[in-house]
Design a protein around this ligand. Structure first.
Ligand SMILES: *Cc1c(COP(=O)(O)O)cnc(C)c1O
Length: 513
């Protein structure tokens, strides 16, 4: 009845009657998705349970704060994410002609204007696909600017020793020579060393790459003076904007001396980035650098593309647009204030248990703080690895380990975490410090203790128990865990062995023969 009594079309004949327009040499010959996992689940129920099983192994933002310093693991709100699922945003081809992408044009224009307002820059390129690619685009703009003024000899890039590793890597890729400048005991740029090197290289000085607030988690008080020194010696200032989460609405790199910066929309501006991508690393520039922003064969300016598509990862830009529009100027400012407040709350609650490595002259940190665990390693043999693994027993994702300083933990709570979650985290860290103290004074064995053996799996707990501490202490170190416990799927792995011995979960290679 539904087909109104009409006969079904003959699909086979229909298929035979049309000719493929795909050239024969481009038709795939090899099999695809041949791993058994792609052909194992044949009902939605089975697939759902498979996905659930994977999720259960994961220690993700739906269970715990992810306090990774330098990563800004904030909430990716559902309302920000939903438009990405709409075909109007998700199904447009990156090279669709402008006449068919007028709506996207409006979105990118508005986003560029909002990011200009947030950064104090005059123009934005949304093309770079990551912060590091933004650094590259920014340094290329600086090089092209110097060339345009007949100063192509300028190829020295000053980088403070506190910098993120991508900075020197990018400077190398952009064909610049890196000169590292020193930091003082407080973790700040050593301004006199910077001045001396800027003057020494004044004929060849191309740029300074500096992160504000610094990768040491401190607002560098000399930032204006530092920018001035570089400009006085003919260089351009690249302010790495990865730490914008401490600045939006409070201060702007384009206002205190930067010529160009990248932003990490996947940090500060809510694009999810667990698992490594996709990212968006737009750059903002002052007007004198605007002519040197990345172009693209599909744009008015043809030259200087840094990635395949004119607007990079355009399909995820609605996330940032939604975030900024829903927060508004006042909301964004409040988010920055809360991010800084949260970091300082953690820093103050933990400083008597673990020294905070760097603070500003007022004793405060920016949006993240570094805990120094090196003295504990000497007094107890407990390492940052042990603490990071033990946090899993408490149901927490580890902070950033040994970056930017070996033997330390860097914690960034972001504005998304509540006071309760911050306290839960601090309580776990304080409990762990008590366990370390028990190792220090011999109450716990130096080698066979809950820290060295962490994380503890369920299988281990029900098996034969030979450790000198109790099963309860292993898996329920705080009572609140009895109500909700994350069970790690694997115990301690040998990190270094794992890094050096690649193990593949694929079927063995002989199965492919
Ligand atoms: C994250 C980060 C980068 C690199 O950004 P990606 O998007 O990971 O390439 C650069 N500098 C700093 C300070 C960062 O924190």
């Amino acid at each position: 009845m539904l087909a109104d009594g009409k006969a079904l079309p003959d699909f086979a004949a229909l298929a035979a009657s049309v000719q493929s327009r795909i050239p024969a040499e481009l038709v795939r010959q090899s099999p695809i998705l041949s791993h058994p996992v792609f052909n194992r689940y044949h009902s939605e129920t089975e697939l759902m349970r498979y996905l659930r099983k994977l999720a259960d192994k994961d220690l993700a933002l739906d269970r715990t704060m992810i306090p990774l310093g330098s990563c800004t693991m904030k909430l990716n709100a559902a309302s920000e994410m939903i438009p990405v699922t709409w075909a109007e945003f998700g199904a447009l081809h990156p090279f669709a002609p402008p006449a068919q992408s007028a709506g996207y044009q409006q979105l990118t224009d508005e986003l560029e204007a909002m990011l200009c307002a947030a950064t104090g820059y005059d123009a934005i390129s949304l093309q770079p696909n990551a912060g590091s690619q933004g650094e590259y685009a920014g340094l290329l703009a600086i090089r092209a600017y110097h060339q345009s003024r007949g100063e192509e000899r300028r190829d020295i890039c000053l980088i403070p020793s506190s910098a993120h590793g991508t900075n020197p890597a990018t400077a190398n890729m952009a064909g610049m020579r890196v000169v590292v400048t020193a930091c003082d005991a407080r973790g700040n740029v050593d301004i006199e060393d910077l001045r001396a090197k800027a003057i020494e290289h004044r004929e060849h000085l191309a740029a300074l790459m500096i992160t504000y607030p610094s990768t040491h988690g401190v607002f560098e008080e000399g930032i204006r003076e530092i920018c001035g020194i570089i400009h006085d010696n003919g260089g351009q200032v690249y302010i790495d904007g990865a730490n914008m989460n401490a600045m939006v609405g409070l201060c702007a790199p384009g206002k205190f001396g930067g010529d160009v910066s990248h932003l990490n929309l996947h940090k500060t501006f809510c694009i999810p980035h667990g698992g490594g991508g996709p990212g968006v690393g737009p750059i903002g520039v002052k007007s004198h650098l605007t002519p040197f922003l990345p172009g693209h064969a599909a744009m008015a300016r043809k030259k200087g593309a840094v990635c395949a598509a004119p607007f990079g990862s355009a399909s995820i830009l609605p996330i940032t647009w939604m975030y900024i529009r829903m927060m508004g100027g006042a909301g964004l400012k409040r988010a920055s204030q809360l991010a800084i407040l949260n970091a300082n709350y953690i820093s103050r609650r933990l400083e008597e248990h673990y020294p905070v490595l760097y603070t500003g002259s007022n004793g405060l940190v920016a949006h993240e703080c570094i805990l120094d665990l090196r003295p504990l390693k000497d007094s107890s043999g407990i390492s940052v690895d042990d603490v990071a693994k033990r946090l899993i027993d408490f149901g927490f994702h580890a902070p950033t380990m040994s970056f930017p300083v070996a033997g330390t933990l860097m914690i960034e709570p972001t504005e998304s975490e509540s006071r309760e979650e911050l306290d839960r985290f601090c309580d776990a860290m304080i409990r762990i410090r008590e366990e370390i103290r028990a190792v220090e004074n011999g109450t716990l064995d130096k080698d066979d203790n809950p820290l060295k053996n962490a994380p503890h799996t369920a299988a281990e707990i029900v098996g034969e128990w030979t450790h000198p501490y109790s099963r309860e202490q292993a898996v329920y170190p705080v009572a609140s865990l009895i109500e909700g416990k994350y069970w790690p799927p694997v115990g301690r792995v040998d990190n270094v062995f794992g890094d050096r011995n690649l193990i593949c979960a694929c079927p063995s290679i002989t199965d492919y023969a």
